[in-house]
Each structure stands twice: as structure tokens, then as C-alpha cells.
Design a protein. Structure first.
Length: 142
């Protein structure tokens, strides 16, 4: 089992609905460690860089507008198999396919406004973390 770092975003709908603590507690209860945390207003440039892989998708413009509209919470998480575990905790991107007990299964009803973002692989986690956190902003509990 490999120790990994990954990025989680509590999207604007999660922040506005007051779910930050609930969302964070799910990762912590699973044994993952928070190694970076900040509330921020994402800029258009940052959102476009973060979601560049979706640029050709029909939902891209709506996603960018949504992500820059209101504050988000960026969370750097570390732990064994952190990438796969955080994605399981989050649930499927489409809340209608998310299992009860997952964040999206319990709290979301819309594929765009689905509360959280999680890196999908080690390569993307590394680049996404670098977009939102400088090395000095990340703590290593080891």
C-alpha cells in the first residue's frame, strides 16, 4: 500500500450548504490525514487550468462558471491509497449512480453541482495539488 497525496475540493455548493465539516470528517474518519487546507475564491485562470482536460466537453463552460462563482475549500489529503479511497468516499460523479453512504449519494442530486472534486490518478493529483498549493503550504505528518 502506497502513501499518496491527493486533492479534494469542496465545491461552491458544498460550501454554501454548510457541508465543509461533514465532508472533511468523512475523510478523517477513514484515517486519511489533512496536510493542506484553505478557503479561497478560485480565479478563472485557476479553474481553467484545473479543468483543462474537460475543455472540449459540453459541460466545460458551465463548470468553470460554477467553480469561480463562490468560494471553495481546497484540501490536500495524504494516506494509504488516498486517491482511490477519496473517490469511493465521494461516490460516482452522477449522484443518481452514487451509493448511499457516499458524499454525493447522501447530499447531491445534480451532476454539475455534486459537492466535491477528487483527483482521479496519481499524475493528476500531483499536478492539481501544484495548481492550488505551494510546497510550503503542505504539511507531512510522517
Amino acid at each position: 500500500m502506497e502513501i499518496e497525496k491527493t486533492l479534494i475540493l469542496v465545491k461552491p455548493d458544498g460550501v454554501q450548504r454548510g457541508l465543509i465539516g461533514e465532508i472533511i470528517s468523512r475523510y478523517e474518519r477513514k484515517g486519511l490525514k489533512i496536510v493542506g487546507l484553505k478557503l479561497l475564491q478560485m480565479t478563472r485562470d485557476t479553474a481553467e487550468e484545473l479543468y483543462a482536460i474537460h475543455k472540449e466537453q459540453p459541460f466545460y463552460d458551465k463548470l468553470i462558471e460554477f467553480m469561480v462563482d463562490k468560494p471553495i475549500v481546497a484540501i490536500a489529503i495524504e494516506g494509504k491509497n488516498a486517491i482511490k479511497i477519496t473517490r469511493l468516499i465521494n461516490g460516482a460523479t452522477d449522484p443518481l449512480e452514487s451509493a448511499p453512504g457516499s458524499i454525493r449519494g447522501d447530499y447531491s442530486t445534480d451532476i454539475t453541482y455534486n459537492l466535491v472534486h477528487a483527483s482521479d490518478c496519481a499524475e493528476n493529483a500531483k499536478s492539481e495539488l501544484a495548481i492550488l498549493f505551494s510546497p510550503e503550504e503542505l504539511y507531512s505528518p510522517r
